[in-house]
Design a protein around this ligand. Sequence first.
Ligand code: B12
Ligand code: SF4
Length: 589
Amino acid sequence: MKVLFVNPSCLDPRVTDPDALQVPIGLYYLASGLLDQGFVSGILNLAPAGPANPSAKGSDEKALDLFTQSVMQEQPDIIGFSVTSPTRINAMACADKARQILPDTLIVFGGPGATFMADFLFDACPALDVIVKGEGEISTAKLVNAAKRVKNRFGTIHQAQAIQPDLVQDLRQIPGIVFRNGPSRHDTGQPELVKNLDTLPHPSRYFTYQHLAMSRGCPGKCTFCGSPKFWGTSLIRRHSPQWLFEEIEALAQKGVTHFFISDDTFTMDCDAVTELCEKIIQADLGITWNAISRVDYIDERILGPMRRAGCIQISFGIESGAEPIKKILSKPIDNDTCVAAFDKVCAAGILPRAYFIYGSPGETDATIQDSIDLMIRLGPLSTVFYMLVTFPGTALYNRALRKGWTHDGVWQKNIEDLPWWELDPDLDFARVKGWGDRLRQAFFDHLEDFVNRITLHPDKASAPLHADFLSRLAMTFSHGEYARDERVRNAEQIAVNLFEKALQFYPCPRAFQGLAMIYQKQKNFPKAMAFLDKGLSHFPKNKDLCVCMGVCLMNIGDFHNALTYFTPFAQDPALGQYISICKQKTTPS
Ligand code: B12
Ligand code: SF4
């Protein structure tokens, strides 16, 4: 029995956001569970293939071609698609294609998009056989075992006639699925949940990946979010710190150096987070990671361990600074709590990132000003501003359905999501877009001030980590996202200030290198080399510093000395060109 899991591509090209092209964590769990049971299972990631033509929305031929090739080659008995609202169109196109190529393959959809759009998907996609709702491990294992028992009889499930009664009996025993039976459908109710997440296999045994989650579920009930209904709010389960540590350690041993911890509210359980961090610190894994949390779950005591364990960024959904909007979005966290959390996180040397939503029901110029005022108090060093959109499974979508503002049939169109302003008669695109522009403008107008306001804990032990934090941030201004963004004013000067501030805390190779690169770009080679000299006096074997020094020396025509800096790293093919130029220049003709 061969099972192929597929991560379909989104409608919009997301080429600039590599994070969004990753395979969902759930597929790693599902595939590992089946591999552990002896089934043949793999994952096909269509996301990087994306829409063939970025300008033509919904054009996904490239992803479809890749899928067709894989299916012809693999000949899977079951194909399971992880579906979100933005990936449903590609999932349906692939399902239709699979049905043409392999008429008897069982086609299964799961994930948040499938869970809340079952009726629509069965109507719109004749090739679809089964939807697995919510958490998938137990239902999927049962489904695959049932498929194994009745192999070759699943071919009837998607045909016009009803399937055999004994097969129906089998499927009815599986909780949490909806399956097609000729013209009708059966829904078996809620899925059975994994009581102890540690009983799940370690996906790292089979796969290498960066997104991890310790918990399932969130205490929040935000009206724009699918999590409360998908995972439930009362029974939040989590892996033990030991289980997650083993997963991180195994992945680090496979070469993963940066992780995205994707729990909805990672810092929910203070003791568990502290225990995990202590284990990472003790093992000295040399990793970095980002996390997501809520401002009302930030206990100052965990920030030190988190930072020492490699946490470099925490994202918070701030959403709005206006009380009435927070109420509508069901995120009743007062602004002072938001500010306190941002201050603590930044003081620990962790970059606080703020998510804001605009275009909510009841939004006005005044509520946007409230958000701007709150943002200025928070001083976020990174922001994401989202126009409010809605998906099935959220309270807001249900509200729009009740008001008759939309219906499930809209998902037939090539749209990724439903912007709220399109539904709400009190809003229009021009105003909503204008609000987004105002928020972004305000952020860029104040960014330099936010950087200048950074106040780090003065304790001596944190000095190396503070230097790391400041130099990392400096790099975004000198060579990263902010360096490329025209809206950021004084980017290079901000970078210089940050690198210098980093060095006041502790000698940091990135800061020496960053300053040298800035002066090298300005053709001020003596100044660049002075910083490199200082850096190399602390870190004589640091490759980046050596290479940078070599390049500076080449620029001033000292090829002989340049070669001495490149030679220790001669095995790196990227340096081959430099080395051969230096050799040419130093070989007497
Ligand atoms: C981390 C995360 C991301 C990360 C990483 C995603 C990744 N590749 O792992 C990033 C930042 C990339 C991201 C991007 C986006 N995300 Co996101 N994301 C999440 C988040 C917070 C956690 C996902 C997670 O890891 N869950 C834990 C694992 C174990 O669960 P899982 O992957 O869902 O899989 C389980 C089940 O779903 C099911 N299952 C899943 N697939 C399949 C397939 C089969 C065949 C079967 C049988 C079962 C099954 O079984 C799995 C095991 O139990 C969720 C919210 C949440 N808590 O679920 C939102 C969420 C999934 N994201 C959402 C959205 C909207 C997006 C974006 C569109 C945002 C944007 N505007 O750019 C993009 C697009 C992503 C895409 N390809 O569609 C929505 C989806 C809503 C919807 N109805 O579709 C969610 C639910 C949040 C919300 N707003 O409500 N996301
Ligand atoms: S938006 Fe965040 S806090 Fe709110 S319910 Fe969703 S995951 Fe929880």
